[in-house]
Design a protein around this ligand. Structure first.
Ligand SMILES: Cc1ncc(COP(=O)(O)O)c(C=O)c1O
Length: 459
């Protein structure tokens, strides 16, 4: 009997949630249903998704920044078809594959000076893990510094540098020697660096959880201090890189020259998992130090041809379609439009971001009734108001957003970098409408609060 994935999908579409409830992650499947995100998506194109009823949704999650070019970009698709049709000899392993060399060259040409050696992996956490290993090998030091609120992945190697207790709890003991310092606190950073035993200080130039942006002098000064004390400065650009903030690397906003850069997510064009850890040749050589250590760090699917081809096509499309400039320009418009809403809606406390990475923070405001509803929601579950807004944006405006981290009243927007004026207008008018409703405790935004509170309390 022949196998057809199209037939399988058509026949089993309705089983999607029952399958997850039975075989994968029941709490996650239930949570999607509670917040009204349990759609049966059947198609994706550009910044939009369609469900089985033909309803269209604007996707401001972008698969957590995997779909910077939008979904199913024709050039990436065509490239992958070509690789398959060429019947390439993928993953020979005892080999140095051409496409990996070509992608490494392209990436290096987009890096700050000096970063010339590339290691390819399969995920963001793996890129970070690799950077931490390289730092230990290069410095012969054991400690790592990271920032409060940081997110660098959820593997056992990256959990100890995660700034969120929610993620760490229940998995200890974690790798020792990892200490948090607070963003913008340079004296605290220097106190730790001065001990002379810190291999690496790792930062997201703009933090993903909460969209926290450092003060202007922080990162340049942090880099200077790292150099002074022989600590490697790692820029984790897994989420903010690849044009997200209106520059190819977010580091460019501050003219940084990190010792290592990590990339992943949209490097695979929205199709193939891939990551890159890019560093100085001298640092790389400390790990791959001799012929007999040439594979001392490696991963089976690293350099796979589909990922490398997708990466090359992605970089090509980014240039051909001026994706980074679009992110900067459209991002400015969106930031301004959303900031203007602050004047009209007291519940919006702050709007911040760079390019198309935008955080909207809420705080209690308005009538006594709204403030009381906020207090009740917050007591049941921190960050519940932001979740109500996410639900309303989905229910009434078919817009996918996310709460910007555990327990925060922040919504994070990560649209595909190809959006334009129509999407900007739609996002601003949807937020305007939802915040208008949220100002009335009898409105639809708060009406779902009771149900969510019950769910939260029952947990
Ligand atoms: C800055 C940063 N680093 C690392 C990671 C981990 O990436 P992955 O989920 O691919 O392991 C993420 C994921 O969101 C991230 O945002």
């Amino acid at each position: 009997m022949s196998f057809s994935i199209a037939h399988l999908i058509a026949a089993q579409q309705a089983e999607q949630y029952p399958l997850h409830l039975q075989y994968i992650n029941p709490p996650l499947a239930r949570a999607q249903a509670i917040i009204g995100f349990d759609k049966l998506y059947t198609r994706g194109d550009g910044a939009y998704l369609w469900d089985a009823n033909g309803e269209r949704y604007l996707d401001l999650l972008s698969g957590y920044s995997v779909f910077n070019l939008g979904r199913n970009h024709p050039v990436i698709r065509q490239t992958l078809h070509e690789v398959l049709d060429l019947e390439r000899p993928n993953l020979v392993k005892m080999d140095c594959p051409l496409l990996a060399g070509l992608l490494a060259k392209e990436l290096v040409s987009r890096m700050p000076p000096g970063l010339q050696a590339v290691f390819f992996g399969n995920s963001g956490a793996e890129a970070v893990d690799t950077a931490l290993k390289f730092a230990r090998a290069a410095t012969r030091r054991a400690r790592t510094l990271y920032l409060g609120h940081a997110f660098h992945g959820l593997t056992l190697g990256t959990l100890p540098i995660n700034g969120g207790a929610d993620f760490r709890n229940g998995f200890g003991p974690l790798m020792p020697g990892c200490e948090a310092v607070e963003m913008d606190d340079l004296p605290a950073l220097e106190r730790e660096l001065r001990k002379g035993d810190v291999a690496a200080f790792i930062v997201e130039p703009i933090q993903g959880k909460g969209v926290y942006i450092p003060q202007d002098n922080y990162l340049p000064e942090a880099q200077r201090l790292c150099r002074k004390y022989g600590t490697l400065f790692i820029a984790d650009e897994v989420q903010v890189g690849m044009g997200r903030t209106g520059r190819f690397l977010a580091c460019e906003h501050w003219g940084l020259e990190p010792d290592m850069v990590t990339l992943s997510k949209s490097l695979g064009g929205g199709y193939i998992p891939v990551s890159a850890t890019i560093t100085w040749r001298s640092i790389h050589d400390k790990t791959f130090s001799r012929l007999d250590r040439c594979q001392v760090h490696s991963t089976t699917f690293g350099q796979n041809e589909l990922a490398m081809a997708a990466g090359l096509a992605t970089l090509h499309v980014m240039e051909a379609e001026h994706v980074v400039d679009n992110a900067a320009q459209v991002g400015d418009k969106l930031l301004q439009g959303l900031s203007a809403l602050k004047e009209r809606h007291g519940l919006i406390q702050d709007v911040r971001g760079k390019g198309l990475m935008i955080g909207i923070e809420f705080a209690p405001a308005g009538s006594l009734g709204v403030k009381a509803a906020w207090t009740a929601a917050e007591a049941a579950q921190k960050g519940l108001f932001a979740q109500l807004v996410v639900m309303a944006l989905m229910r009434d405006h078919h817009i996918l957003t996310q709460v910007g981290g555990p327990g925060v009243n922040i919504i994070k927007l990560l649209p595909p970098l190809i959006i334009g004026d129509p999407e900007v207008e739609r996002i601003i008018s949807a937020f305007d409408a939802v915040m208008g409703e949220a100002a009335h405790v009898s409105g639809r935004v708060w009406s779902q609060s009771g149900q969510l509170i019950k769910q939260a309390l029952s947990q």
